[in-house]
Write a protein that binds this ligand. Sequence first.
Ligand code: AMP
Ligand code: MG
Length: 479
Amino acid sequence: MRDGRHTRVPTDEGATGAGTLRDMTQHEHAARAPAAGARGILPADMISVEEARARILEHFHELEAVDTPLWDGTHGVTALGQVLAEDVRADFDIPPLANTAMDGYAVRAEDTRGATYERPLRLRVTGYLAAGSVYEGVIRAGEAVRIMTGAPVPAGADAVVPFEETDEQELGRWDARPRDSVRVDVEAKPGANVRAAGEDVHRGEFVLARGTVLQPAQVGVLASLGRASARLVRRPVVAILSTGDELLRPGEPLLPGKIYDSNAFSLAAQVRSFGGIPRVLDVALDTVEALTARIREGLDGADLLVTSAGVSRGDFDVVKTVLANEGEVGFWTVRMKPGKPLAFGVFRGPRNPVPHLGLPGNPVSAMMTFELFGRPALFKMLGKPKAWPRPTVRAVAADRIQNTDGRRFFARCTVEPQDGRWVARLTGPQGSGVLTSMSLANGYAVCPEDVPAIEPGEECEVILVDRDAPVPAARAARG
Ligand code: AMP
Ligand code: MG
């Protein structure tokens, strides 16, 4: 944008101030002391997104490597996105034998010398060979073997004449009746249509390095090497707990005063999309007893506990009490919107300490804080600590993005290329309870802490949320 004002997002602000849990508790009452901030409404010691993230990440480490099937039929999951914890070499050539790249006739190239459409020549057909079989004999002068793509080239042959260069095409399409001879219309060069043994990978060759993040192609390469499993960094198990007397599980009849628990589902889906294994616990009522019981049940075998709601200052927010009883915890006000209150602690689990991320209850806040703090934690456990940042683009704002209170604002938007630049449009009302603002978005436009508004036509940074397909506008721009 030629004349747009450039806004910038701090990338490393406060990231050095990582402390212990004890340090964190200093922030426990931060929200009580409003400071004379830029606009007079900032609590005295709000921490930045970067500082909160750095403090949280200190408590996570790469999980152990385990032998993992490439495809787990029981759970329907693949090794996609997991990190390889071994160097992988080939035990054999791929392909193991020279084979044909075309359906055709395996021949000795010299036997086809001089063949043209005007003056074709004939070879004696001595065999038919499908992929998966090996020709027992040796091809001699004047002989040809009818051969299907992928079948090993018989001994003695050094070229394959494709059907298209024989009289095969004059036969019926499915006609595979044995024939005594074949007309060859075109001369074959030695090696024509033959894939050499080891063309892809040679025996003993180093194929995939430890630390590789498995994408579909790498999963395929492992399989091509005959590997049914590989040593991979384990996926973290994330226990997810919704708290609140008002919550019903989807499927139950809606009752007065109640709402459906959406957080457990959006968070479980986030966990899954970040590479973790979600374990959704039953909803906990807003009592110390209920919450304590649920949390204790859910901790066994979990690498992270995520709760939503109960970390603000409502009367019934018992999460804080329970956290303080069951482990060490800090409560922070993070300088971001949506999602200001955040708890982080470590539980005394039945076997080992389990980190706990206490997210705000509002559905957008819960997702956004999990995006900014849970995603990096999961990536660190998965052994790819630097891979969590999503791509960003500079986009021109089509709408005014207003930042009311000096926190970093993550505005939900659609972002799409238009006339050679990216254009960001808000997805409607931006309240932290408006979950559809998330579901319509494929980006989060970032309005920095110190910028009161991004005006239409100005540039902003937009975090691209992964999306396989554009979101159809289910609802015209609202509000
Ligand atoms: P709280 O953090 O308990 O003050 O909750 C903040 C808001 O989020 C309230 O309007 C809650 O009803 C709502 N909320 C809390 N938990 C959930 C949940 N699991 N699903 C949907 N909304 C929730
Ligand atoms: Mg509540």
